[in-house]
Every structure is written in C-alpha cells, then in structure tokens.
Design a protein around this ligand. Structure first.
Ligand code: PEP
Length: 237
C-alpha cells in the first residue's frame, strides 16, 4: 500500500506563510514515492488548494460539522470544505476530543457527514499517558475505533498517542508495531493506518519501515517544507 504523509498545520499560518509553504511543497512533491496531504486552517484552505491544484500534494481540512448546513455559528460543514478544495478531513484529533469535548459518537457522525460530502476521513485514535501506564492503551484505542468508525468505513486511521503529540516523545518501535497490529486486526486489510506523534526527519525512516505503518500524520514538522519533505522522502518505496 502506498504510504501517506499528512501534515496538520493546526491553528498556524497566515496567508503569506501558508502560500509560501504550499509553493515549496508543490515544487518538492513531484519526486516522492508516497502520497502527500496538507491540512491547513480553514481560513487559507481554498488558497492552499489553489496553489496545490494539479500537484502531487492534496489539501485537507482539520475538522467538520456533522450536519451539512444549518444554524451552527462558527462551524464548517463538510460540503463547504469540499467546495473549498479539500479532499480529506482529519476527525477526532485528540486536541478536538480534549479541548472541544468530542466523543466517539460525535466523531462517528462527522465521519458519516464527511463521506456524504465526498471527503476521505482520517480518524484519529490514541491513548493518554495514564492509560498507557495503566496497561489500557489497546483497550482504549479499541473502544475509540468501535465508537468512531461507521460500518464499512473506508477512510484512514491515525494512531496518535496523546502523550507523544508535540512532546518530542515517541513510543518504542515495538509499541508502535504492536498497536498498529492491534488496529489492523480490528479495521481489516484495506485501511491505511498512519502513525502520529513527534514524527521528525530524524525518526521518520525507522517508524515508516514498521509493519502496518501506512504513513504518518505530522504536526510541528509539517510547518517547515524541508522537514515535511524529508519525512516524505523517508518513506520506503
Ligand atoms: C498531531 O498533532 O497530529 C501531531 C502528530 O503533532 P506533532 O507531530 O507535532 O507531534
């Protein structure tokens, strides 16, 4: 399966920086043996998608509402994101779960809305440090998968241990491989499973070579074109 390297810009980037970064990715994306995706904030999504149109890098969104339209001030519907140029949408990121109280049921509804709008969902799951230290990492992730993925799910799953996001810490390779194997067991053979959490150019090759790792979801290092492209170049072909 071709690997995907997806960048989550989170709440970063004004127009000028976003366009510069998108331009650099457009120039660098061609020679890579993996799929490339960037998920900018919604304010620059359309402009970034325009720069990347026809390139080897696709554009995604970071969240969507579960309804297609309506009285939801400040929210964005999946058809709007599709209309702005998104092909994918990240759903259930741990920052949305923790900061906006998103439950598995809410993520489930958003996944269905994304699919109805023609977006490919990337559903994030992952345990906290307390859950890992308590020996509950696999059962927590299994519960998130069961609650968040609709029957017949055909998007991507991103395994992102909460304690590894933005911290510079990563699980051992054995722990990443074990969790990816456990997720594979639950989602079937066709789903790509990304690893996310402090992926950098320095650790990307080792992580991306692990069995069942179908790519990476990258936060901090996706804000720098050279770092993001170096991670993509580390994909085994
Ligand atoms: C993320 O937020 O999805 C992420 C993986 O962040 P970072 O790469 O900065 O740990």
């Amino acid at each position: 399966m071709r690997r995907m390297i997806a960048g989550n810009w989170k709440m970063n980037m004004l127009s000028e920086g976003a366009l510069q970064l998108a331009g650099a990715l457009r120039r660098g994306a061609d020679r890579l043996g993996c799929e490339l995706l960037v998920c900018p904030p919604a304010t620059v999504l359309s402009a970034v998608a325009h720069v990347l149109l026809g390139s080897a890098c696709q554009t995604g969104a970071q969240d969507c509402h579960a309804e297609a339209a309506g009285a939801h001030t400040g929210d964005l519907a999946a058809p709007m994101l599709r209309d702005a140029g998104a092909t994918h949408v990240i759903l259930g990121h741990s920052e949305r779960r923790a900061q906006h109280g998103e439950t598995d049921a809410m993520v489930h509804a958003k996944v269905e809305a994304a699919v109805r709008a023609g977006l490919v969902p990337i559903v994030c799951v992952g345990e906290t440090l307390a859950e890992r230290e308590g020996g509950r990492a696999e059962s927590v992730v299994a519960g998130q998968l069961a609650g968040s993925l609709p029957h017949g799910f055909a998007g991507l799953v991103a395994y992102e241990p909460v304690w590894a996001i933005g911290t510079g810490r990563t699980p051992t390779q054995a722990d990443i491989a074990a969790m990816h194997a456990a997720i594979r067991h639950r989602v079937g053979a066709a789903i790509r499973i990304l690893y996310g959490g402090s992926v950098k150019p320095e650790n990307a090759a080792a992580i991306l070579a692990l069995p069942e790792v179908g790519g990476a979801l990258v936060g901090g290092a996706s804000l720098d074109a050279a770092s993001f492209l170096a991670i993509a170049a580390a994909c085994p072909v």
